[in-house]
Design a protein around this ligand. Structure first.
Ligand SMILES: Nc1ncnc2c1ncn2[C@@H]1O[C@H](COP(=O)(O)OP(=O)(O)OP(=O)(O)O)[C@@H](O)[C@H]1O
Length: 357
């Protein structure tokens, strides 16, 4: 059974179309992320699902039930926002108990559920504390406990990590993912941070200007992006201007200029026309650098323009004919640094070249 379904859902604010006609199915138990730049429509989509906004067109279903006209509290949906939203005048226990008190559950049940929720989020013994006595990460744990305690069918997370420092964000990413999997709750996550989306999601929808441009697994999205926008939005990218020579389903040949033709892959959602211009995406970490020609496979000849030391990596800029590429090489003793001016061969495996329209 599909847990969340959008059927032809759109939202306009006056003349601004925040969300274009969207069809989407989020599966039971799935961790589904909406990723995109500011203003792309992710929060509007989430708010329609939560019931804070009414769609201009279309219907929204949860477990097959049409919830489009239901108020937020009748939807079986729990939501955690970026700014914690825990009550400062109540201690942690009362914050978590709040939804259960509202639902008029008896005292003993409330105690049992709150204790279980505290344990679930790793805050056993923190019941007496107030907001000012908690770290950012702990506040978000309380916010999550407060939602989970009412046992929603669907969990919505709206940039829940964006107010935390980098180290805490890293920790919370794995923690949220673990807790989501252990409960098996269908989760819709909104973020503009690609690393969060890649780490946590079963599937990601990359959004821009109100449209879901590509929906796929993190591997699909990172390794087989369906457009230039997605290739550039997710991760670092080299995008070389090429011409499509031949196209056959998910494979093609592209011309890098001067008759240098190399094979590449294509997302299965994309059709490329021979003769059209395209981008050839090669991620910086997928390129190898060597002073002399070695082995088989696609390659370019170039010259090191500059080298930047980044601790774990060395990052090179390499000029190769009309192309300029960034190459990331792990900082290992056997890979001696190349100096600016050095002549190099750049090569990559056929699988790591992806043509995008
Ligand atoms: N209440 C509103 N009235 C008018 N326009 C709105 C309203 N809410 C959102 N918009 C517009 O709709 C578009 C999508 O906004 P939305 O908040 O969904 O984007 P977002 O991807 O969540 O961005 P952010 O990451 O900055 O929150 C934007 O152009 C925004 O200005």
């Amino acid at each position: 059974m599909s847990s969340v379904e959008f059927k032809g859902v759109s939202k306009a604010f006056g003349r601004t179309v925040a969300v274009e006609q969207t069809d989407l199915v989020v599966q039971q138990g799935e961790f589904f992320s909406m990723l995109g730049p500011s203003g792309c429509g992710k929060s509007t989509t989430l708010r329609m699902l939560a019931g804070f906004l009414t769609p201009t067109t279309g219907r929204i279903l949860v477990n097959g039930r049409d919830i489009t006209d239901l108020p937020p509290e009748a939807r079986g949906i729990g939501i955690v926002f970026q700014n914690y939203a825990i009550f400062p005048h109540m201690n942690v226990y009362d914050n978590i108990a709040f939804g259960l008190v509202e639902r008029r559950q008896d005292k003993a049940t409330i105690r049992r559920k709150v204790e279980a929720a505290l344990e679930q989020v790793g805050l056993t013994g923190y019941g007496e504390r107030f907001e000012r006595e908690l770290s950012g990460g702990q506040k978000q744990r309380v916010a999550l406990a407060r939602v989970l305690v009412i046992e929603p069918e669907i969990l919505l997370l709206d940039e829940p990590l964006s107010a935390l420092d980098k180290k805490m964000r890293e920790e919370m990413k794995f923690w949220i993912k673990d807790i989501q999997k252990s409960i098996g709750i269908t989760t819709v996550y909104v973020t503009h941070d690609q690393s969060e989306a890649l780490t946590m999601s079963d599937r990601i929808a990359v959004m821009n200007e109100g449209r879901m441009l590509q929906v796929g697994t993190p591997v699909d999205i990172y390794e087989k992006p369906a457009s230039r926008f997605i290739a550039e939005f997710i991760g670092d990218s080299n995008l070389l201007d090429v011409t499509v020579v031949k196209s056959n389903g998910t494979r093609c040949d592209v011309d890098l200029g001067d008759g240098l033709i190399v094979p590449a892959h294509v997302s299965d959602t994309v059709r490329l026309t021979p003769g059209s211009s395209a981008g050839l995406l090669i991620r910086p970490e997928m390129l190898r650098l060597a002073p002399a020609l070695k082995g088989e496979g696609p390659r370019l000849t170039g010259k090191v323009v500059d080298r930047v030391y980044q601790g774990a990596l060395r990052r090179y800029h390499v000029a190769a004919g009309r192309h300029e590429l960034v190459v990331e090489v792990p900082n290992r003793p056997e890979l001696s640094p190349l100096s600016p001016g050095a002549e190099v061969q750049l090569f990559w495996s056929e699988e790591s070249g992806v043509a995008v329209p």
